[in-house]
Design a protein. Structure first.
Length: 64
């Protein structure tokens, strides 16, 4: 079955690639970088602070 790589749109054989659904490790890492840098996101309501969103930061120690 022929599919297109979601990153570069190159046509690949599904059963013959180790990086499914990507054509290569490079395309897989480009996609991962998009998620880690928050360029990619799943649409939804924004999360309010203190309700399960990002963990609160611990106070920084003061230096004398």
């Amino acid at each position: 079955m022929q599919v297109k790589c979601p990153t570069c749109q190159r046509s690949i054989e599904w059963a013959q690639t180790l990086y499914r659904p990507f054509c290569s490790e490079r395309c897989r890492l480009i996609d991962l970088g998009g998620w880690l840098s928050e360029r990619n996101a799943i649409p939804g309501e924004p999360v309010a602070s203190g309700t399960g969103g990002e963990p609160e930061r611990a106070p920084q120690p003061t230096r004398p």
